[in-house]
Design a protein around this ligand. Sequence first.
Ligand code: ASP
Length: 309
Amino acid sequence: MKIFSIAIHGGAGTLVKGMMTPELESRYREDLKKALDLGYNALKVGKTAIDAVEIAVKSLEDSPLFNAGKGSVFTANESHEMDASIMDGNTLNAGAVSLVSGIKNPVALARDVMDKSEHVFLAGEGAMQFAREMDFALEEPSYFYDEFRHKQWLEIKDTNQFQLDHSVKKDSKFGTVGAVACDQYGDIAAATSTGGMTNKKWGRVGDSPMIGAGNYANNKTCAISCTGSGEFFIRGVVAYDVACLIEHKGMSLLEASEEVIHKRILEIGGDGGLIAVDSEGNIAMPFNTEGMYRASKTSLGEELIAIYS
Ligand code: ASP
């Protein structure tokens, strides 16, 4: 049997110092562990990488701690607009949604776009119409309400600022979630989901639902899920850039991921991190922020759950 592995993230950057208590830290670790085990156990019983990443991301979307699904941040209109994407490295099929509201698990909707429509990317009202046709139940706004996130929004609601999750300083926390996996058959996949930025307006969309920017998978090279300053990750076409360095420059997964996160994205002014796997089950999880909520597990028995560097 081939080596199988999974990595997940709950966003680059960490809670501002002083806000992270031991209790809160153990809640983060618990929710990371839960998502990791769900994804890993799926791989263990022979499920595919694309199923495993969807399962792990759904679990992170159900946690109020991360900026995706239930924990999504507030927009300028005091609503929630979520983005998600998923890609299968075996078939190069992909699905993505942006600006959706009321959907409990946006990654599942992205999966349906991939599997049940002829399209790759649906946005806004059209994506919502598709969700209704696919019989997605809509949650009330109260499902997404979180006191902490609401307070974050109240602090900046009458300004022109928009803010990455948990940040007081621009760069302290992002919060998007993602998963990448390599299954027993050597196929890889990636999924990413986010509520975006606090107080965002004008239909702002970040890198998370954009194939090639925040999410990418190709068995030939790697599967990647990104987190960070979305505008820069779009301009750096970050996920695809890692794949290109592997394919065209012969770099290893680790070399290519580090080159992009520690050099290329910094050069254009962006910050954040990514998780990556290849079809041999190797994992890389570089970030250039103070921390990144992350976890990984392989069939060789290695397991990591970490927040800070
Ligand atoms: N990349 C996401 C965005 O710009 C934010 C994040 O990673 O938390 O929407």
